[in-house]
Each structure stands twice: as C-alpha cells, then as structure tokens.
Unconditional design. Structure first.
Length: 107
C-alpha cells in the first residue's frame, strides 16, 4: 500500500514540475527583418538592431510591447506592432531609432 502511495505522489510531483516548466516562456529573438545594412528583431518585448556584418545589438524601443518589425523598401523606416494602450496598433520609426509615430488607433 505504501509503495502505491509513493508511486502516485511521484507521478503527481512529475506532472507538477512539467506543468510549471511549460509556463516559463523563454525570451527568444524572433521576427527578424533585414535591410542592406542591418537586422532588426524582437526580443523580450523590445525591438533591437544589429549590423548585418555582426556586432553588438542595440535596443531601439523602450515600451516593452513591440513586435513584428518590417523594413520599408528603402530601409529608412521600420513598421511594427505595439500594445501601448491595451490594443495592438501599427507604428513606424526611423531605422536608426527615434520616436515611434502611431499609424492606427483602436478603441
């Protein structure tokens, strides 16, 4: 009887550990977009830029809810989505960084 209880407790602990690990989402770089000179990607809710040749990445945004960056055809602008006011809207900013300009509004 004790052996069965020990097995049940072991199984329950294994499931609890597995479900806890599944809830932790790793912060991975995703949604890369490439221009002639740089790569912009989302990481940890921010947009980052790195030269195409490699090097150190620099943070472009500070709001913490940005993603899905896309370069303009000439590479001078980056369009992206952000959730600053609780809704996903489209913003654009210079590719070297700067103040985002909102293009859409949702209520």
């Amino acid at each position: 009887m004790r052996f069965r209880i020990a097995i049940v407790i072991g199984i329950l602990l294994a499931f609890a550990t597995a479900s806890g690990a599944a809830e932790e989402t790793p912060l991975l770089a995703h949604s890369p977009t490439v221009s002639k000179t740089q790569v912009v990607f989302a990481y940890g809710g921010y947009l980052w830029s790195v030269p195409r040749e490699g090097g150190d990445a620099r943070q472009l945004t500070t709001g913490g809810h940005e993603g899905l960056p896309v370069f303009s055809p000439d590479g001078k602008w980056i369009a992206f989505t952000a959730m600053y006011d609780g809704n996903a809207d489209v913003f654009v900013m210079p590719s070297e960084g700067g103040e985002p300009r909102r293009l859409t509004w949702h209520r």
